[in-house]
Design a protein around this ligand. Structure first.
Ligand code: CAA
Length: 259
């Protein structure tokens, strides 16, 4: 599929989506959000792809929703825009693919919101992360008021949301919003190596584990544990369970077939 605002690359089982509007720091307008939704769907349809990376061209990951496009929206148009925006984090969370955010610079507002939907976040040293919407006279509109407290806790989230201040990579790491900080010029190397490591596992288990953690975090513990038991028992109907356990006992590397 041809895209205008993003670049999609497929490399050794890993899909790489790069937002490519560097002149506006990869701000998310409607067209870019729609392209991203299509790109995620396209990667999911490709059975050879087992992990995905999301990153940005230039000095930003995503500097937020497109302020120029939003400025004159009516409340009804803003509702439609927020609904479209919300569908992107949901699409990423519900994807069978693990998404790694390679946070190469600014991840602000909608950028932080999309980053938080990813499964693992690796930030370069120069990353700046935050929810500055309050400074524009709006509240976050792509899930920031909901996902941020679930990740960093209520108090910290409210401080960040109410001040609208940006954090550096170290602070984001300290509060558990990013998994690791790496040198700017090592970011893609590090993230691609992590994605390749994950994609060497069984695609069935990649999708099961992601779904269990994501779904389980929204329901009560008893129901979530029941879901885990169900997925665990289902695992025993797969080739990859038989192969994984046989390989362990034979003292050899498993050869997963993703089935
Ligand atoms: N939307 C539209 N354009 C944006 C943008 C955004 N979110 N962020 C940056 N740009 C544009 C700038 O307008 C500028 O364009 P021009 O060259 O035409 O003037 C260009 O990108 C470069 O930006 P700056 O000159 O401002 O670059 P800087 O290095 O001086 O500052 C920055 C970088 C601190 C990230 C600053 O650009 C900034 O504060 N951007 C806005 C961040 C923000 O408020 N994000 C939240 C948006 S609202 C939102 O996301 C709502 C939601 O939850 C859905």
């Amino acid at each position: 599929m041809a895209y205008k605002n993003i670049i999609v690359e497929k490399k050794e089982g890993v899909g790489i989506i790069k937002i490519n509007r560097p002149k506006v720091l990869n701000a998310l307008d409607k067209e870019t959000i729609r392209e991203l939704l299509n790109a995620v769907a396209d990667l999911e349809d490709d059975k050879k792809i087992k992990a995905a990376i999301l990153t940005g061209e230039g000095k930003a990951f995503i500097a937020g929703a497109d302020i120029k496009q939003m400025k004159d929206m009516t409340p009804l148009e803003a509702k439609g825009f927020a609904e479209l925006g919300h569908s992107l984090p949901v699409k990423i969370e519900e994807s069978r693919l693990p998404f790694i955010a390679a946070v190469n610079g600014y991840a602000l507002g909608g950028g932080c919101e999309v980053m938080m939907a990813c499964d693992i976040c690796i930030a370069s040293k120069n990353a700046k992360i935050g929810q500055p919407e309050i400074n524009l006279g709006i509240n976050p509109g792509f899930g920031g008021t909901q996902r941020l407290p679930r990740i960093v806790g209520l108090m910290k989230a409210k401080e960040l949301l109410l001040t609208g201040r940006n954090m550096d990579a170290q602070e984001a790491f300290d509060i558990g919003l990013v998994n690791k900080i790496v040198d700017d010029d090592k970011l893609m190397e590090e993230v691609e190596s992590l994605a390749k490591n994950i994609s060497s596992k069984s695609a069935v288990q990649i999708s099961f584990i992601k779904a269990l953690v994501n779904k389980g975090s929204h329901i009560d513990l008893t129901s979530a544990c029941s879901l885990e038991i169900l997925y665990f028992s289902t695992s025993f109907s797969t080739h990859d369970q038989k192969e994984g356990m046989s390989a362990f006992l034979d003292k050899r590397k498993p050869c997963f077939k993703d089935e």
